[in-house]
Design a protein around this ligand. Structure first.
Ligand code: AFP
Length: 355
């Protein structure tokens, strides 16, 4: 092992002294869970973990074996340490109460144990996303303790299980990447203080939903597709991996914009992605790296949650592109966007009918 390299443990201990070791201990337990999940995924079909269960989660999504296994892995690695007042997860309808035999702490761990799990059977990168809040005192968390704006997170991060396993973490002072050295089981600091390029020519969106998007998103994507022949004057590239962790990781490393906007395919849903364990942690990581994260109409970290599994539109990445999409939403809402239709000039307007 090369001496002098910073391990994740050393990094979190040095940067969480004010928490008297509690936050550091929790993050080290999360990293231990990540290593277990990484080993589980690396076995692929050999381990018999692939495939779906009969059960569905609160989202109404069929649970895959790995959704449940990874959820249980995180619960069992983190419940005993005495740092937690409770946990919540995409895979659990309600918050998880720390078992009676373990001490309670001040922190809340909210996570998506296996983001992109629909990709796990086809060997595409997937990830674990986590968000950490603190409470004024130790003890069992109440439901309202989880419903806080993302600006109050004390830490956030993800693991990406790709050709290499990495953890990317922020404690509120920059975004930092660690690569798992499988020879000794240490996460090594390899990407200190990541910065997202403010400009990009690469956008990520599931274009099969185009007809369901709001006009400002249709306008933005149409201009990207027009490339040199349109007002942007440059060609764009597109990517869609269907694993948010992989998209965000690419954007942190080389820039880009990721969009999962509101669409009217299912008007009852405000978007596909969830606020507490997908959007909030990713927004903190991106902002700490100099990027932007918005619903199109509001900074994600300022959204006041009203439910544990709340969904919202997500537009994040290179600052100048996110700001352009926000501007298009504002112009649409205020009726000043042209040539795209805005509410004041829609086909259904009084003026058109009389033409
Ligand atoms: P799964 O975890 O169910 O695979 O969903 C992944 C995800 O929440 C996010 O990681 C992707 O960006 C997005 O959904 C992909 O959604 P589409 O399947 O609609 O493209």
């Amino acid at each position: 092992m090369q001496f002098g390299r910073t391990t994740l443990s050393k990094f979190v201990i040095e940067n969480t002294r004010s928490s008297h070791g509690e936050l550091g201990g929790l993050l080290i337990d999360v990293a231990a869970a990540v290593k277990t999940i990484s080993a589980m995924l690396a076995k692929g079909a050999l381990a018999g973990y692939h495939g779906a269960l009969e059960s569905t989660n609160i989202q109404g999504e069929v649970q895959k074996k790995l959704d449940v296994l990874t959820n249980e892995t995180i619960l069992h690695h983190c419940e005993w340490g005495g740092q937690l007042a409770g946990m919540a997860s995409e895979e659990m309808d309600d918050p998880y109460r720390i078992p009676e035999e373990y001490p309670r702490g001040r922190y809340l761990l909210i996570f998506d144990p296996l983001d992109g799990s629909s990709n796990s059977d086809v060997n595409v990168s997937v990830g674990t996303i986590f968000s950490i809040f603190s409470r004024p005192a130790a003890g069992d968390a109440q439901a309202a303790d989880y419903l806080r704006p993302g600006s109050e997170q004390v830490a956030a991060g993800y693991a990406i299980y790709g050709p290499s396993t990495m953890m990317v973490l922020t404690l509120g002072d920059g975004t930092h990447g660690f690569t798992l050295d499988r020879e000794n089981g240490n996460f090594i600091l390899t990407h200190g203080n990541i910065r997202v390029p403010e400009d990009t020519r690469e956008f990520a969106i599931n274009t099969s939903n185009e007809r369901f998007w709001e006009p400002p998103v249709q306008r933005y994507v149409s201009e990207c597709k027009a490339g040199k022949t349109g007002i942007r004057g440059e060609d764009f590239n597109t990517r869609w991996i269907a694993s948010m962790v992989a998209e965000v990781h690419r954007i942190l490393i080389r820039g880009g914009i990721f969009m999962y906007p509101k669409d009217n395919k299912d008007p009852s849903k405000a978007g596909r992605l969830r606020l507490l364990y997908e959007a909030n942690p990713m927004a903190m990581l991106i902002e700490q790296a100099g990027g932007a994260a918005s619903t199109g109409r509001q900074r994600i970290l300022e959204v006041a949650p009203d439910s544990l599994h709340q969904r919202l539109p997500v537009i994040l990445g290179s600052k100048n592109e996110v700001e352009r999409v926000e501007r298009y939403h504002h112009e649409y809402d205020s009726g000043t966007d042209q040539p795209f239709v805005s509410p004041l000039f829609s086909d259904r307007s009084l003026f058109r009918d009389q033409a």
